[in-house]
Design a protein around this ligand. Structure first.
Ligand SMILES: O=C(O)CCC(=O)C(=O)O
Ligand SMILES: [Fe+2]
Length: 764
């Protein structure tokens, strides 16, 4: 398998995965790594800097300072072009450098140590051996490199980028062989053990240039035996102490909050427990727990959902299905080529006391340790996508995996809280109750970076309010309460809310409540439902001595309802308006009931001003309130009755009066349209008009629901818009009048209002 630079196992968590994999992962006899060449600079004495990729003139210059390579056989060293034919430069002629080369080499050596299956305690050192240039026809027959040092374990060949054919490096061991080619633009690194026979096949065209190194294995004295708890613990400490970088760029992601070890077997929520882990999971878990303990970390068990998207190769084919009498695509057989995307989320975890709890935590790549890759397990679902443009063929696979989640003890609070655990708030409350307010404050502050995005469950508002009050820290309290939506607020919270409002003041409370409303401005069923509870909630708040909070709630609710009303009236199509207005009736009634006198006056004035336009809504409010005809809605009933009276009293339209009362947006088109509409006698209007202008006129007529037919006659240039006033101009007011008569009758019988508004008497 070719490994790209940057995807090597060099981080602590990747070493952990390898350690846990244990003996199952016997290393390979040779391994490759492709690395970017721009970090690398080369200078050769007598030639000067050599730029990459290497082209023919540069290769010829290199040859001019090289000598024919020797071949060491046993004790004697000789030149025999029958065995080896290549040009050689010695390390003292060559200097290697460039920004990042040292780090690149170090990383590569760690990768090769792991890939070759050397112990984690081993450090590989690369000792420069030679620089080789192979021209056309040159080669190196199969041989084994002599071990010049006791510490030498293998050879590293770095092929510099150049265009050539032939010149492949073939490495073999125990009957198996691997062939490696150089790259045109990148560094191709190959490492192999000293006991491997290898050869370089003849170059057919171009030049092949390599740097060879002896690989020496140095054992670091301080490190523990591989696989031991101490080594694992050391890796954990390193993981939690090293800022993570993103997979694709070197972006610094800060210190990791946790490490998630994916297990191999499947478990249910009930079956998940330390003592019930199966096979290899049990062994790994024992090691991880012991290492976690030693590294000062906590560990819990969790259930993860994994989705992977792979670039896949398939032998797409069709086969004849006898049952359906049809040819079907067969795509069951595909080879996974490279991982395009993956996503891991934890949905459940165990806790010491009561079994477990649902959580929701997205785990970024740099916090995952997978001793067994998901791709090596059986997915519970997979979807083959066929050809997807840029991505070629892709396959999505889903897995359910168990996991051990580890975090440093001192970061436990944030680690748990970030998973959306209710535990965090309860823990804060417990600390406050134990009089550890300073501790609770510090812990609460540590939630700030993610609390808003994690979004605590609405049921936790009660605890959150208690904690917010207990912290006695305005800013932190506001941060804790911020992510809740207004819908979470219930009558039960009245006392706690009154208490925090009293403690932190009205401005603070206005901000918090504003935030709760701001979270969702759309008219959802949730909010309608919440407004139904508003009268009870406000009553409870007043009883708890916080009328100002009730006022904030009704104020915000009116702001919201007013927005809804306005958008109903001005925008959208006329035929949708009626049901929308009707739907707003009940919320309006509840709001009116909940509001104080002064605010009712304000609402009433606004409704009155809109007159006919909101009549449907106010009538709907009164109908919804009929059952419990409480709290001041009578004034709205009176207003409605008065309005209905005027509608009924409107004189019928004269038979020859075709004028329509209307105002447009003020543009020239609306001016012309207005002239036509206002005319008493003009019924029709033929208006040659370009498409865009026609569209404006169409939309004006539709949104005002004017009794005007508007059709385009598709003849001539531009087409002609044909406007015709319809009979609805006469029938509609009549229908409205009849509706008004019916409404008024209902108001009289149900609300006892109507004929004499001044002497209003409630009706039983
Ligand atoms: O040039 C190469 O790829 C390998 C050279 C080699 O095998 C050697 O120097 O021993
Ligand atoms: Fe060799």
């Amino acid at each position: 398998m070719t490994i790209k630079w940057g995807l090597m196992a060099t981080t602590a968590r990747e070493r952990l995965a390898r350690l846990l994999r244990g003996s199952e992962s016997a290393g390979a006899f040779s391994a490759e790594l492709i690395a970017p060449s721009h970090l690398f600079e080369l200078e050769v004495s007598g030639v000067g800097p050599v730029s990459l990729p290497i082209r023919a003139p540069a290769a010829r210059k290199l040859i001019s300072v090289a000598r024919p390579a020797m071949f060491g056989r046993g004790e004697e060293t000789l030149t025999d072009t029958g065995v080896r034919d290549t040009w050689e430069l010695t390390p003292d002629q060559v200097s290697l450098g460039g920004s990042g080369w040292a780090a690149l080499l170090e990383g590569a050596l760690e990768h090769f140590r792991d890939a070759l299956g050397l112990a984690g305690a081993v450090r590989l050192v690369a000792e420069p051996h030679s620089m080789l240039v192979y021209g056309k026809g040159q080669f190196f027959l199969p041989h084994q490199d002599s071990e010049k040092h006791d510490a030498m374990v293998g050879t590293l060949v770095v092929s510099l980028p150049s265009t050539h054919t032939g010149g492949e490096l073939v490495v073999e061991h125990a009957g198996e062989s691997r062939t490696y080619r150089a790259s045109k633009s990148e560094l191709a690194m190959v490492a192999f053990y000293s006991d491997c026979r290898h050869e370089v096949t003849p170059v057919r065209s171009g030049y092949r240039v390599t740097l060879t190194f002896n690989l020496l294995a140095v054992t670091e004295a301080s490190t523990e035996e591989p696989g031991s708890v101490a080594e694992l613990a050391q890796c954990l400490t390193e993981h939690f102490g090293t800022p993570a970088t993103s997979r694709y760029g070197g972006r610094d992601l800060g210190l990791p909050n946790r490490l998630v070890f994916l297990l191999d077997h499947e478990y249910t929520q009930r079956g998940l427990g330390w003592s019930r882990l199966k096979g290899v999971d049990a062994e790994r878990a024992a090691l991880v727990r012991a290492a976690a303990e030693e590294a000062g970390c906590e560990a819990v068990l969790a259930l993860a959902e994994v989705r992977e998207t792979w670039d896949a190769d398939s032998d797409d084919g069709t086969y004849y299905d006898e049952v359906t009498d049809d040819y079907e695509e067969v795509t069951e057989d595909y080879e996974l080529r490279s991982l395009i995307d993956d996503e891991i989320t934890l949905g459940w975890w165990t806790n010491q006391d009561d079994g477990g709890e649902s959580i929701s935590l997205y785990v970024p790549d740099h916090e995952v340790c997978a001793p067994t890759a998901s791709a090596d397990l059986k997915p519970y679902q997979s979807e083959y996508e066929g050809y997807m443009g840029n991505y070629g063929n892709t396959v999505d696979r889903w897995y359910r995996r168990a996991a051990i989640v580890v975090w440093p003890r001192e970061r436990a609070f944030a680690a748990r809280a970030e998973a959306g655990s209710g535990w965090a708030l309860h823990e804060l409350r417990d600390r406050i109750e134990r009089d550890d307010v300073a501790g609770a404050r510090g812990a609460a502050e540590s939630l700030a970076p993610f609390w808003k995005t994690t979004g605590p469950q609405p049921e936790l508002l009660g605890v959150a309010l208690a904690v917010a009050g207990g912290l006695d820290a305005a800013e932190t309290a506001a941060m804790l309460l911020e992510p809740f939506g207004i819908e979470a607020l219930a009558r039960d919270h009245a006392e706690a809310l009154a208490e925090v409002a009293g403690r932190y003041g009205e401005e603070w409370t206005a901000d918090v409540i504003g935030g709760w409303f701001g979270a969702r401005h759309n008219l959802g069923p949730d909010r309608d439902g919440w407004i139904e509870t508003l009268p009870g909630l406000c009553e409870a708040l007043r009883a708890a001595g916080a009328p100002e909070v009730a006022r904030l709630l009704t104020g915000r609710t009116w702001y919201w309802a007013d927005l809804q009303l306005r958008s109903c009236i001005v925008s959208g199509r006329a035929d949708k308006r009626r049901p929308q207005l009707q739907r707003l009736g009940s919320p309006l009634a509840r709001l009116f009931e909940a509001a104080e006198e002064a605010q009712r006056d304000e609402i009433r004035a606004a409704l009155r001003e809109r007159g006919d336009k909101v009549l449907v809504c106010v009538m709907s409010a009164l109908r919804s309130a009929n059952e419990r005809r409480s709290a001041g809605l009578e004034v709205l009933a009176q207003d409605c009755a008065a309005l209905l009276d005027t509608i009924i009293a409107r004189p019928a339209r004269a038979e020859d009066d075709w004028s329509i009362d209307w105002t447009g947006c003020g543009c020239e088109l609306c001016g012309t349209l207005g002239d036509f509409l206002h005319s008493r006698s003009q019924r029709g209007f033929e208006w040659p008009l370009a498409a865009e202008k026609r569209r404006h006129v169409h939309s004006r007529i539709d949104s005002a629901d004017l009794p005007v037919r508007h059709q385009t006659r598709r003849q001539g240039r531009p087409y002609t818009l044909v406007l015709t006033k319809t009979k609805a101009l006469f029938t509609r007011p009549e229908e409205e009048r009849q509706q008004a008569v019916a409404d008024l009758a209902w108001l009289r019988s149900s609300w006892g209002v109507g004929e004499d508004n001044a002497s209003f008497t409630p009706h039983r």
